[in-house]
Ligand binder design. Structure first.
Ligand code: HEM
Length: 201
């Protein structure tokens, strides 16, 4: 539980911050929503999550482009199966590429672009019912930590955005920010993000 719950969450927050620093307009919209909804004198709490649709869209869009468990958990066919014209013999190990599904041009407009807005007018969710979007998997083996991860991602990311002003560290600019991935236990940034906070005005 510790293992499945820690690196997945920290990786997602790192990717979200990297995408927001690369897309200042999205960062500004998320910040404005937090200021409007929470105000300057209060900290973000779990009960605020449902009133932050743009932050929710940022989390969803991050998990679409950067699912931390890109191949989910392996499955095995119990019986000989015919699925969409493919024949899958009994005992075949099946890997599901959630990373590729989230970038499939047949399912997504402009699939490689970070556009949280695509989720604002959409009912798509990561609860395993929408098969074009399964960062937490689906079915019996769906992530058991989904409800906790949902809260952790929103409260942590939202607090970082709400409490601080952020800029890229070192000599890095949005043009030179390295967004390459490294596949280990989770799919992480190859170059760790260096981001510098200052207290919000
Ligand atoms: C961003 C956060 C997270 C993501 C994207 C994520 C994603 C996933 C995925 C894709 C699976 C495999 C599901 C499948 O194959 O259908 C999984 C399984 C699992 N997750 Fe998560 N997870 C996250 C956070 C957490 C947290 C916070 C916990 C618990 C504290 C957790 C506990 C587990 C466990 C125990 C499994 C194995 C379930 C099984 O095999 O039956 N996860 N997770």
């Amino acid at each position: 539980m510790f293992f499945a719950g820690s690196e997945t969450t920290s990786t997602s927050i790192e990717w979200a911050m990297a995408e927001l620093l690369l897309n200042p307009e999205a960062m500004a919209k998320a910040k404005a929503e937090l200021t409007r909804s929470i105000g300057p004198n209060r900290r973000l709490e779990e009960t605020d999550i449902d009133n932050l649709p743009y932050l929710n869209a940022v989390v969803k869009e991050t998990l679409r482009l950067h699912p931390p468990v890109p191949l989910l958990v392996p499955r095995e066919a119990k019986n000989d199966t015919n699925f969409m014209g493919y024949s899958i013999p009994k005992n075949t190990k099946v890997l599901i590429n959630a990373w590729a599904i989230g970038r499939d041009p047949d399912a997504w407009d402009d699939p490689l672009c970070f556009k949280p807005e695509r989720f604002l007018a959409s009912k798509l969710d990561y609860k395993g019912q929408d098969f074009e979007y399964i960062p937490f998997g689906a079915g019996r083996r769906i992530c058991v930590g989904l409800a906790l991860a949902h809260r952790l991602l929103h409260v942590t990311l939202g607090s970082l955005i709400h409490e601080f002003e952020w800029k890229l560290g070192g000599q890095v600019t949005p043009e030179t920010l390295d967004m390459k991935e490294r596949l280990g236990i989770t799919s992480r940034k190859l170059e760790p993000l260096l981001a510098v906070p200052t207290k919000r005005n």
